[in-house]
Write a protein that binds this ligand. Structure first.
Ligand SMILES: [Zn+2]
Length: 378
């Protein structure tokens, strides 16, 4: 069976340009911190639709990056957040499938009423993919994270029991944890409550491996996992304590590093970054709508277009970069930019050319972000 290694890191990027930088960041982190993280290039149907790309481009990005770097380890392409409606275009190109059944969770008082339909749907989708790709040729994740209400450890116990009955060989499970996992910013919530829940979830998964016969490498998957700096040390401590793995899914954080790199390049590249902000501010409702459950933008904290146009390259970079100790850091600005890659997509070649023209400085931002800001904290 195709198996996801103990530690893995989701590194999709919006425009499929940063494969080498992402892979290099993971290799650098493994050198620095002594843990290997398998790269998983993930891009959901939502992001493909907004940008107008297909899963083939993600596969090409991954294969090319691996060849260029000469990487010999395992890597994966994740059909992220798929359902029966959109799975077909992913089947050929992916070997990791995130079955998103959150839409089928019902409002009810018992786990059975809440989750039975969702798990039946996961079974249907799993069997559909297995019929096309062959059992054992792909990694299966089940995700339920994009909902308002967190799943308790008791819920997860029921969910995994039913997953085992459906004979889904789940290797990663993505629950909705307590607290807010907003895109591109830190965790919002009580970290001690999170710590207790995360540890109980680990124990439920261990129980499920032992008692239900689910795959031995079954582990938690943390979605919207980029930038959750305040809980990374907790996750790190708990996975070491219980000797289990983890999958952290990130993607959008890399597009923000592209913007920071453009800003720091100054001149035309900085102008371009400012134009993207002006476009984003004018269309913030439209851009925010698909991410309603995973962003919290304080409109009063969004700077005016005039104010941003007056910023230096450093001021732009510092407002955007996730350094909480920096007084210029602006999480609302950052979250709006996070969901505004559609504006860059509409710029087409102009944006891609700018990325290539300023590749060195952008590359430094991306590798430092993944290796030093993310994995070091884990
Ligand atoms: Zn998710």
């Amino acid at each position: 069976m195709k198996q996801i290694p103990k530690f893995s890191f989701g590194v999709g990027d919006r425009f499929a340009q940063e494969g080498v930088n992402q892979l290099s960041a993971l290799l650098k982190a493994s050198e620095l911190y002594g843990r290997e993280f398998a790269p998983v290039w993930n891009k959901s149907n939502r992001e493909h639709t907004i940008i107008g790309t297909t899963p083939k481009s993600t596969r090409q990005e991954a294969d090319e990056a691996v060849a260029k770097v000469g990487y010999k380890g395992e890597y994966f392409c994740d059909a992220d957040h798929i359902s029966m409606k959109n799975v077909d275009m992913f089947i050929e190109h992916c070997d990791f499938f995130t079955l998103d059944v959150a839409d089928y969770i019902r409002k009810a008082s018992t786990p059975e009423e809440k989750y039975s339909l969702a798990i039946a749907k996961a079974g249907e989708l799993y069997r559909y993919i297995a019929a096309a790709k062959g059992e054992g040729n792909f990694v299966t994740e089940v995700s339920m994270d994009e909902v308002d209400e967190a799943q308790t450890p008791e819920d997860i116990r029921y969910i995994l029991t039913e997953i085992a009955k459906e004979k889904i060989p789940v290797q990663t499970f993505a629950p909705k944890f307590t607290g807010r996992f907003n895109k591109g910013v830190d965790y919002v919530g009580d970290v001690s409550v999170f710590a207790k829940e995360f540890e109980e979830d680990i124990l439920v998964l261990k129980w499920a491996v032992e008692k239900l016969g689910l795959p031995e490498n079954l582990k938690l998957s943390v979605h919207s996992g980029s930038d959750k700096f305040s809980i990374y040390p907790i996750i790190g401590e708990l996975i070491r304590k219980h000797d289990v793995g983890v999958h952290i899914k990130t993607a959008g954080t890399t597009w923000l590093e592209e913007l920071i790199g453009l800003a720091l390049s100054g001149g035309k590249a900085l102008e371009l970054a400012k134009r993207i902000y002006a476009g984003a501010l004018a269309r913030k409702e439209e851009l925010s709508a698909p991410y309603a459950t995973v962003i919290d933008i304080d409109e009063n904290k969004l700077p005016s277009v005039d104010a941003v146009n007056a910023w230096s390259k450093d001021e732009f970079a510092r407002a955007l970069r996730h350094e909480q100790s920096d007084e210029l850091y602006n999480p609302s600005f950052r979250q709006l930019m996070h969901v505004s890659f559609k504006i860059a997509a509409e710029l087409g070649n102009e944006f891609i050319t700018a990325l290539r023209d300023n590749a060195a400085i952008i590359g430094e931002q991306i590798t430092a972000n993944i290796s030093e800001r993310h994995i070091r904290r884990l």
